[in-house]
Design a protein around this ligand. Structure first.
Ligand code: C2E
Ligand code: CA
Ligand code: CA
Length: 503
């Protein structure tokens, strides 16, 4: 201010610095200051308005994928349903979740996880084209809708499902994945406010049956979702309440029919629901962080049982199933070795069956776990081989398991389907050239057994020989006439496991 007055004085120069002149000058100055202030405020208002609009956009859009978020989708869906009502049209909603996203994040870290999500968002956008709205509505969840009839929905969904046929590719990693897709039609499957929730429920129903598939909403899904939550709460207590049990299914030598090993399979004796299949509760335990305590119990219990059998002179190998989530945990191998030590079981008498799926992705963590287990002397087996995500020969060589188990799906076709036989032959030859043993699982008929024998399979397992049975029944079976004779099939004391009826 002082500077301005000085310069005003200079400006007025030699003019008489009359009181009036100075007052006029000060008035001018005040007016100018006022104008500056107003202009500043206006600029600030303009800037705030633009920042606000940027913020609104950020709130509405997902910064990772650039897609709108749930709020944006809900708004667009409301508009679309109003239009659909006016034109008597229908709307198809799909809720899509990336199966196994958690293990991608756990294994490769958040950066790769983020890139995988961006890539999936790209694939979905390209598949949808411009006539639809796509949003990211949760961590690994996307939702989309487009105008169309149930027939149009049915026609488009297979292509959506096939987006998961090609693994995602991030930083030279190939990431196989599945898509669980829940579908709902407007107005058939619910009023506007429930539409997304219903599609999400259908998606969860798909996950519950193993994922990578699609289902349209049905009203009973609400009930089964509640049952699902209830089942999870009960599973948390099942261990403490002694409701879990292991049953054992023998593997037999293909030629001598002698028992080579017994595979431990989990059973949940639910007080109300009866026998709940591991196909239902193991994926549930994996998704909700319960697989580690359950897996630790399986290891301890199988070792305890093996020790008891050894005392009675039954010295067969014990096989346990390992979830990929357990495998990657640092404490897994020490825990396994601890149980073996406590029960005096040599490491090479324990087979670890690990499913050939995303779980045995060729990652440093998986390789390290395989190395550590192999070095500890454990016998490693790759389960469900040939079921889907077929590993490369190079990967199998790197993991160097001792055993491959041919998937039961392939075994089912082996007797009367030449291409299936061809695949099985190639697996056996490849495994033998790498000095691995080949076990065929799910052998139910003599024709299958003969075909597998002709292919030079080493071990067989399936209902033709024995069903999973209690430890006592297995001890009787193994020491009796069941094994080693031509009429090898003996019904076990156990019924086959049926999935729990979720009414
Ligand atoms: P899996 O490891 O592939 O086990 C083979 C499944 O096929 C078992 O079902 C077995 O009872 C059944 N099976 C055996 N022979 C035949 C046959 O001849 N015909 C037919 N149709 N089925 C046969 P189960 O016991 O219901 O187990 C299902 C899956 O649950 C297992 O598949 C395994 O992936 C998982 N699981 C079981 N126990 C455990 C466990 O302790 N830990 C983990 N992580 N997973 C487990
Ligand atoms: Ca198995
Ligand atoms: Ca299997």
């Amino acid at each position: 201010m002082g500077e301005v007055v000085t310069s005003l004085r200079a400006f007025l120069g030699g003019h008489a610095l009359s009181l009036l002149g100075l007052a006029g000058a000060l008035l001018l100055l005040a007016a100018w200051q006022l104008w500056r202030l107003r202009r500043g405020r206006q600029r600030l208002r303009l800037r705030l308005a633009s920042v606000n609009s940027e913020l609104t956009d950020l709130r509405g859009r997902d910064p990772l994928t650039g897609l709108v978020g749930r709020e944006g989708l809900e708004e667009a869906l409301t508009q679309a349903t109003l239009q659909a009502d006016a034109h008597r049209r229908r709307i198809c909603v799909a809720y899509v979740s990336l199966d196994g996203f958690r293990s991608i994040n756990d294994t490769y870290g958040l950066r790769v996880g983020d890139a995988a999500l961006r890539q999936l968002a790209d694939r979905l956008s390209r598949w949808l084209g411009t006539d639809a709205q796509l949003a990211r509505v949760g961590g690994d969840e996307f939702a989309l809708f487009f105008a169309g009839s149930p027939a149009e929905l049915e026609a488009r969904v297979p292509a959506l499902q096939r987006l998961s046929d090609t693994p995602l590719a991030v930083e030279s990693q190939s990431l196989p994945f599945g898509l669980s897709i829940g579908l709902a039609m407007y107005p058939d499957d619910g009023a506007r406010p429930r539409l997304l929730a219903h599609a999400a429920m259908a998606m969860r129903a798909v996950k519950l049956t193993g994922g990578n598939g699609h289902a349209r909403y049905t009203p009973d899904m609400g009930a089964s979702h509640r049952e699902h939550v209830e089942l999870l709460q009960e599973l948390q207590q099942a261990l403490a309440q002694g409701q879990l049990q292991l049953v054992y299914q023998p593997k037999v030598d293909a030629r001598s029919l002698q028992v080579t090993a017994a595979e431990a399979l989990l059973r949940w004796h639910h007080p109300r629901r009866g026998l709940v299949s591991p196909a239902v509760f193991v994926p549930l335990a994996e998704r909700h962080g319960l697989i580690r305590p359950i897996g630790a119990w399986v290891i301890e219990e199988a070792c305890r049982q093996a020790a008891q059998w050894r005392k009675c002179g039954l010295r067969m190998r014990i096989a346990i199933n390992i979830s990929g989530l357990q495998l990657r945990h640092q404490e897994f191998v020490p825990q396994l070795l601890g149980s073996l030590r406590r029960h005096g079981i040599p490491a090479n008498r324990l087979t670890c069956e690990i499913t050939e799926s995303l779980a045995i992705e060729d990652t440093p963590a998986t390789r390290e776990a395989f190395d550590r287990m192999r070095k500890a002397g454990l016998h490693l087996s790759i389960d469900d081989f040939g079921a889907g995500f077929s590993s490369s020969l190079a990967q199998i060589r790197r993991l160097a398991p001792a055993e491959l188990k041919i998937d039961s799906g392939l075994v089912a076709d082996i007797a009367d389907n030449e291409p299936a036989r061809g695949v099985a032959r190639a697996i056996v030859e490849m495994a033998h050239s790498l000095r691995m043993r080949v076990v065929a699982e799910g052998v139910e008929t003599e024709a299958q057994r003969d075909a597998l024998l002709a292919l030079d399979c080493d071990e067989l397992q399936g209902y033709l020989f024995a069903r999973p049975m209690s430890p006592t029944a297995l001890a009787l079976w193994a020491s009796g006439e069941g094994a080693g004779t031509d009429s090898a099939f003996r019904p076990s004391l156990f019924e086959p496991t049926a999935p729990a009826q979720l009414s």
